[in-house]
Design a protein around this ligand. Structure first.
Ligand code: ADP
Ligand code: ASP
Ligand code: MG
Length: 410
């Protein structure tokens, strides 16, 4: 008998019919002799609807209140799925994140899971129940509801799978696995049957939203295999992607996939003193405001002055730009500017470690299309560039072709 944690995303529970289909699928897994814990997202579109309601009242408003609102979408789906299971004769119980308990830090709208008390889940499983848990939410030490950042139900699922020592964590979504790039952007993207966690971590951090990055981080740290599969497929012989530690991955491929991200914004502060401590003076206040910085570039100094550029999530641009203006006046910077019409495109592959020339090939491919590169960042297994947003689709397509990733090139 296996213990399986399944997560169903927004489109998978997007209507009463879809919820009933999920209930049927869960029951089939139970009937095959498994204990099943199900994590669900809000019905598709619901979280966006709440975000726009929040923005209509006060986009700068209290993050605690935002979480109070954002967490409600998942509370609806856990109740609906439990009712669907019960109506089909399957005992089931729903729990909010706070009830489980999923304890998080108090950083509202992007909280991190600290601890999970799985006692109520285990008790229910022992009684033959399916346990349905609200994704994306937890509770902080003050008893306040928190949320885990957009796409956070993936993280709830993996964290629960780790806490319960589940045999597998299955992420059901609207695609039948991870592809060489977003199949909605490139129609002949290739399906990847087995993928290393390290490569998935890099793909997710570069913008492949098929799995939330924190979910992959959990899986990586605690060695929990994740299987990505479609809730729209027949489940007798489903196509899927198993994301697991490197050992299971046989092929030695140079570039595994292309990720892209339109969610970032670039900020530059120019003409600041080129002296020790300058990076800290600029980025310290940004970090203190819990704003994550992605790329950082400090130019070579000239005449004792230098320029400093970094990128943040677009949602954080307003707050980051205010902080930067404060720093700019303190440091008497010559200029302070920002731009959110940018996109990041990255090639990812563990095979890059042992091959030179991958970055230069990428730069040539982009140059041949007249695409200007604004920023570059590299790690052992990725090369990421920032380009004008209008070029993102072209950049992804030409790179996908140039590195031989298309289905037709397989
Ligand atoms: P869910 O609501 O189920 O969590 P998401 O929209 O968060 O679903 O994630 C699934 C989507 O991720 C797909 O519909 C696809 O457009 C997108 N995606 C981005 N990159 C990839 C990739 N490399 N492989 C597969 N899907 C990807
Ligand atoms: N409902 C949340 C969102 O839309 C969490 C999730 O779906 O994973 O971001
Ligand atoms: Mg998602």
């Amino acid at each position: 008998m296996a213990l399986i944690v399944q997560k169903y995303g927004g489109t998978s529970v997007g209507s009463p019919e879809r919820i009933k289909a999920v209930a049927d699928r869960v029951i089939r897994w139970v009937n095959r002799g498994n204990d099943v814990v199900v994590v669900v997202s809000a019905m598709s579109g619901e979280t966006n609807r709440m975000v726009s309601l929040i923005n209509d009242i006060d986009p700068e408003g209290s993050a605690r209140e935002k979480d109070m609102i954002l967490s409600t979408g998942e509370q609806v789906t856990i109740g609906l799925l439990s009712m669907a299971l019960q109506s089909k004769g399957q005992d089931a119980r729903s729990y909010t994140g706070g009830q489980v308990k999923i304890l998080t830090d108090a950083v509202h709208t992007k909280a991190r899971i600290r601890r999970i008390d799985d006692t109520p889940i285990r008790n229910d499983l022992n009684k033959g129940r399916v346990v349905v848990v609200a994704g994306f939410q937890g509770m902080d030490e003050y008893g306040d509801i928190t949320t885990l950042g957009r796409g956070g139900s993936d993280t709830t699922a993996v964290a629960l799978a780790v806490a319960l020592k589940a045999d597998e964590c299955q992420i059901y979504t609207d695609v039948d696995g991870v592809y060489t790039t977003d199949p909605r952007m490139v129609a002949d993207a290739r399906h990847i049957p087995v993928l290393g966690l390290e490569e998935m971590l890099e793909m997710a951090s570069q913008g492949s939203k098929v799995l939330q990055i924190r979910a992959v981080e959990f899986a990586y740290k605690y060695d929990m295999p994740i299987r990505v599969l479609s809730s729209f497929d027949d489940d007798e012989k489903p196509k899927s992607t198993l994301v697991t530690h490197e050992d299971g991955v046989m092929e030695d491929v140079l570039v595994r996939g292309i990720a892209f991200n339109r969610d970032e914004a670039q900020l530059t502060i120019a003409g600041v003193p080129d002296q020790p401590g300058i990076a800290y003076q600029i980025l310290g206040p940004v970090a203190d405001a819990n704003i994550e910085v992605d790329m950082i570039l400090q130019n070579v100094g000239r005449d004792g002055l230098t320029d400093f550029t970094f990128t943040v999530h677009r949602n954080d641009l307003e707050a980051a730009s205010k902080l930067l203006e404060g720093v700019a006046s303190k440091l008497e910077a010559s200029q302070c500017k920002w731009d959110d019409k940018i996109a990041k495109v990255a090639i990812v592959g563990a095979g890059m470690r042992s091959h030179a020339g991958v970055a230069s090939k990428m730069f040539k491919v982009l140059a041949d299309e007249g695409i200007n590169i604004r920023l570059v960042s590299t790690s052992e297994i990725k090369v990421a560039v920032v380009v004008d947003e209008k070029y993102v689709e072209l950049a992804v397509r030409v790179l996908h072709d140039a590195f031989g990733l298309s289905e037709t090139m397989a």
